[in-house]
Design a protein around this ligand. Structure first.
Ligand SMILES: *[C@@H]1O[C@H](CO)[C@@H](O)[C@H](O)[C@H]1NC(C)=O
Ligand SMILES: *[C@@H]1O[C@H](CO)[C@@H](O)[C@H](O)[C@H]1NC(C)=O
Length: 362
């Protein structure tokens, strides 16, 4: 009898300690576009999906997962650095029960700040819908651990949002004389995008997010797709570079305003432009043979069309900065996440992720 009781106490202790451990691991939520989508689009009727080989060729399963990468993508590597399992796509049927407490990835390839961005991809999860799903997620977690614990989980979580690139490459510059480019000059378009983005981020705050990494756009004019379509001699396209140069500083300024409004450094800007430019301007220093030619693709710079089983494929993916015409290889993503973790204020403003993880260590 006494031994049975001791055993029960022991088991109870075990249950309690696992519960504490679960509730203290930091959850991770991801919003945005194909740079961070880890498979949601595979569940949708859209053309914007990475569900065919050779996508995933260097993933542990060596199979396509919906990530626009040869292997892991940026959110996976952030999870790795936090010591947590990668988040599941929100639409994945296996995202139930305790797995919900790890967080979720709501991102969807092709989307942008604006609702009309990515319309050519048909059925994708626009950002307002991603935020609705975040709300639905919280209702589901509430049935599991209660409202107070759910709020705590969300408040203490790390959030990543990557948006904006598609509003240029898949909207304003998608075709010559696009509707948006007839409506706005480039500087006016950027001035239109920024307040729209600000509303999205304010909504994310309203939904409980308190630590949000916000990436600016990378050097859009330097991706193999743009080198193939818009560049004369392999130089980064100046027009798309100008779009980044206008958008990024205004984004940083807007994040500063939101932080002032909320009285805390909720929003951290990640300078994706600088992070990419380092290895684009000096690929050799980072172990790459090229930063112009995509590993998988066809045409000049392997920059035309999609990466498919029929495309050219490089032998050593780790030697290429770009995996496909638009997206970094896993190796490049690792260089980017290293800057997320330990970069100076030129890369991470006002602080880097290793500082955040230490500060928020409850
Ligand atoms: C985008 O669509 C959503 C859902 O229909 C709507 O709530 C939102 O206001 C729209 N955004 C813009 C900028 O029109
Ligand atoms: C970034 O991380 C490094 C390493 O942890 C740290 O020494 C440095 O002070 C951090 N910089 C900022 C601005 O937070």
């Amino acid at each position: 009898m006494a031994r049975a009781l001791a055993l029960m106490v022991c088991l109870l202790g075990l249950v309690l300690s696992t519960q504490v451990a679960t509730s203290e691991a930091r959850a991770f939520f991801v919003f945005g576009d194909s740079l961070v989508d880890n498979g949601n689009n595979d569940y949708l009727a859209t053309t914007a999906r990475a569900d065919n080989p050779p996508y995933g060729i260097d993933y542990p399963t060596h199979r396509p997962t919906g990530r626009f990468s040869n292997g892991l993508n940026i959110p996976d590597i952030i999870s790795e650095n936090m010591g947590t399992e990668p988040t599941l796509p929100y639409l994945a049927p296996e995202l139930t029960g305790q797995k919900l407490l790890v967080g979720a990835n709501f991102a969807s390839a092709g989307i942008g700040i604006l609702n009309d961005t990515g319309i050519q991809f048909l059925n994708i999860i626009r950002i307002s819908k991603q935020l609705e799903y975040f709300q639905q997620y919280q209702q589901r977690v509430t049935t599991l651990i209660g409202a107070a614990q759910t709020q705590r989980l969300v408040n203490q979580a790390l959030v990543l949002i990557t948006l904006g690139g598609n509003d240029f490459v898949n909207n304003y510059y998608l075709v010559p004389y696009s509707a948006r480019s007839r409506q706005f000059s480039l500087p006016d378009y950027v001035r239109y995008l920024i307040p729209e983005y600000s509303k999205i981020l304010a909504r994310l705050y309203e939904l409980g997010a308190r630590r949000v990494l916000v990436t600016g756009t990378g050097p859009m004019g330097c991706v193999p797709a743009e080198l193939a379509m818009r560049s004369r001699n392999g130089q980064c396209d100046p027009e798309l570079q100008r779009a980044s140069a206008l958008f990024n500083p205004q984004l940083v300024q807007m994040l500063g305003q939101l932080n002032n409004q909320f009285g805390s450094n909720v929003f951290i800007s990640a300078n994706a432009f600088n992070m990419h430019m380092d290895f684009i301007s000096n690929p050799g220093a980072f172990g790459f043979v090229t930063s112009k030619v995509a590993c998988c693709g066809q045409g000049p710079y392997n920059g035309l069309g999609l990466c498919t089983a029929l495309s050219n494929l490089c032998a050593d993916r780790s030697k290429y900065a770009f995996w496909d015409p638009f997206h970094p290889s896993e190796s490049a993503s690792r260089i980017i996440v290293r800057q997320f973790m330990t970069g100076t204020t030129e890369y991470m403003h006002p602080m880097n992720l290793s500082t955040i993880l230490q500060m928020d260590n409850y």
